[in-house]
Design a protein around this ligand. Structure first.
Ligand SMILES: C[S@@+](CC[C@H](N)C(=O)[O-])C[C@H]1O[C@@H](n2cnc3c(N)ncnc32)[C@H](O)[C@@H]1O
Length: 228
């Protein structure tokens, strides 16, 4: 995609998200992004149509035990990350608030073993609590307004089983103040926000920092937590 198209898409996201927030609906705009894309993943700005490279790298460096283990993917988008975990042998559940995203996953992967469902992180069935050996969260929290971050971290943490692993991939900001510049949904997570995982009983066991050549000002983290 050209720089120009990318900039237009980025502006569209900021406008949609800001409008959504004005209407007191911080998550409604995701469905609009997926429906407007009309099956063209290049119109979904976060879609990579392949496993997220930081997940792929982690799976290769630290191959998890998958036999008889359960995994869940938060805000699974177009399903690539859920699929790789299922191929490795996890029994995978994956959900997204966008019905269009979920039916897109089902069309892309008709023979999938993944249990996809439309679901809201803030309203999940209580039977899912502490049920997953592996929880994968990639860029969902950072797409939510600051006032929803704490609840989202709590909801994600509650899914991790005893001794389970949580992987979080997120953009990172090194300040607790509200960032300047473009409005939400482009605000990275802060150390204070991340510290809530620890308060919720998850120990940070590994942190990797990524700065990509073409995005020098953007710090991304891959965090690995474990419930003790
Ligand atoms: C920035 S996208 C990231 C998608 C995917 N995780 C990835 O990294 O490609 C955030 C995703 O979270 C989903 N989402 C946002 N709020 C959600 C919620 N409350 N419950 C479930 N999914 C949500 C959106 O529909 C969207 O697919």
């Amino acid at each position: 995609m050209s720089e120009n198209n990318l900039e237009n898409l980025r502006k569209k996201i900021v406008d949609l998200a800001s409008e959504s927030l004005k209407n007191n609906d911080a998550t409604g705009w995701f469905e609009t992004v997926y429906t407007d894309a009309k099956g063209d993943s290049s119109q979904v700005p976060w879609a990579k149509s392949t496993t997220h490279p930081y997940l792929q790298d982690w799976l290769e460096k630290y191959p998890p035990q998958t036999e008889g283990k359960t995994a869940i993917v938060i805000g699974c988008g177009l399903g690539d990350d859920a699929e790789v975990l299922a191929k490795l042998g996890f029994k995978v559940t994956a959900f997204d608030i966008s019905p269009t995203a979920i039916s897109w996953c089902q069309q892309r992967f008709p023979d999938s073993e993944v249990n996809y469902f439309v679901g809201d992180l803030f309203n999940l069935d209580s039977s899912l609590q502490h049920s997953f050996d592996f929880v994968f969260e990639c860029r969902t929290i950072q797409a939510l307004p600051l006032k929803m971050r704490s609840d989202s971290i709590e909801a994600i943490s509650s899914l991790v089983a005893k001794k389970g692993t949580l992987i979080v991939i997120t953009r990172y900001r090194d300040s607790e103040t509200e960032p300047d510049g473009p409005p939400w949904p482009l605000w990275p997570l802060s150390e204070g926000e991340l510290s809530q995982f620890k308060q919720l009983g998850l120990e940070e066991v590994r942190r990797d920092i990524f700065i990509e050549e073409d995005k020098p000002g953007m710090v991304q983290l891959r965090l690995q937590y474990q419930r003790l």
